[in-house]
Design a protein around this ligand. Structure first.
Ligand SMILES: [Ca+2]
Ligand SMILES: [Ca+2]
Length: 347
């Protein structure tokens, strides 16, 4: 495990299951994206209602050390202190906070200002900037480092422990104090383990590839009971829930789908792939869903995840290697199938 989280908001209505937002998923909006077509809006108008999004890390992936990346834009960057990013421990204590000013970025560690640095350029309104924060907890040998647009802006070494033992939550805030749209996009978290994605996330872009055709297996059925074009029931940009869907009525049934081809700019590298789906069970308890990828004859399936009666989002583990344990490249990505597998009955 190295890249543990990524969210580019390219599937409106299907937010990453670790993420919550004070507006719900309805504030994933078009027109302000840094990558793809959508971003998360953190301010929806009104004079006094800032919006907040949380990434709640499950206990199993909490660590003492993470690298966070967020691209943010604001219609109003002022000389005032505007908190953008907060990092909390598993005891709910704020370990670090990043405050944004027009000409200054400040990192507060355990309540004390530890890094005060000027950004490489004076910040302007409605422009995306890439902010990265490295937080390593430690009673005496903690470390906090800040990068802005990929450029190191400062670091602080010392106590970063507080009362907790792991990093458990990242909290994103609006920058604006007046109406209109602040937005975040291309969020990623790396931990420090493994051979790749084990350090700064870097200047990444998160793109969605949707089903465009039937894959090698078509064992589920669509809402009309057909098995010829299940992909067309699960390809919409915004989930339509029980209007079009694929359904399985017994265990171990597999549907796989071709995806739209990706196009990369020269020099772009594929760092990781993750499968995202929305699903629910019909009436039974104990139904589970697996998400997977298939390349040639090699498959990689996630662990079964329990389904709820209402729709919720599911993600596979982040796949840093293509099925067959080869490195990703554009050819492999464009030949990839993604799939769903039932465990018990499932919809
Ligand atoms: Ca996006
Ligand atoms: Ca559908």
């Amino acid at each position: 495990m190295t890249r543990i989280f990524m969210e580019g908001f390219e599937h409106p209505g299907a937010l990453h299951p670790w993420m919550t937002h004070t507006d719900g998923v309805g504030s994933i909006v078009g027109g302000v994206a840094r990558s793809g077509s959508y971003a998360m809006q953190l301010y929806v108008g009104g004079a006094t209602t800032p919006r907040t999004a949380y990434i709640n890390l499950p206990a199993g992936v909490q660590r003492e050390e993470f690298y966070f990346r967020v691209a943010f834009r604001s219609p109003v960057v002022t000389s005032q202190n505007r908190p953008l990013l907060h990092v909390y421990s598993n005891t709910g204590q704020e370990l670090a906070r990043v405050n944004i000013y027009t000409t200054q970025i400040q990192v507060v560690v355990l309540g004390t200002s530890r890094i005060v640095s000027a950004p490489p350029v004076s910040l302007t309104n409605n422009t995306y900037y890439l902010l990265e924060l490295h937080v390593k907890m430690g009673a005496t040998e903690g470390l906090v480092e800040l990068r802005f647009g990929g450029i190191p802006l400062g670091s602080w070494a010392g106590p970063v422990q507080g009362t907790g033992t792991t990093i458990a939550r990242v909290w994103l805030n609006t920058l604006a104090s007046t109406a209109t749209t602040s937005a975040v996009d291309d969020i990623a978290i790396n931990d420090a383990d493994g051979p790749v994605n084990n350090s700064w996330c870097g200047d990444g872009h998160i793109l969605a590839l949707r089903p465009t055709g039937v894959g090698d297996a078509s064992q589920w059925a669509d809402q009309a009971g057909n098995q010829t074009a299940n992909w067309a029931a699960v390809d919409e940009v915004t989930p339509d829930n029980d209007t079009t869907y694929a359904v399985a009525h017994s265990s171990d049934l597999v549907d796989t789908y071709h995806l739209a081809n990706a196009t990369l700019a020269e020099g772009d590298v594929i760092k990781a792939v993750q499968v995202l789906a929305r699903a629910r069970t019909l009436v039974e308890q104990g139904d589970e869903l697996l998400l997977g990828t298939r390349l040639d004859s090699n498959e990689a399936w996630s662990n079964p995840a329990p389904l709820l009666l209402s729709y919720s989002s599911f993600v596979s583990g982040v796949q840093e290697k293509a099925p067959g344990n080869t490195s990703w490249n554009l050819d492999r990505l464009n030949n990839l199938h993604v799939g769903i597998k039932s465990s018990g009955d499932g919809e």
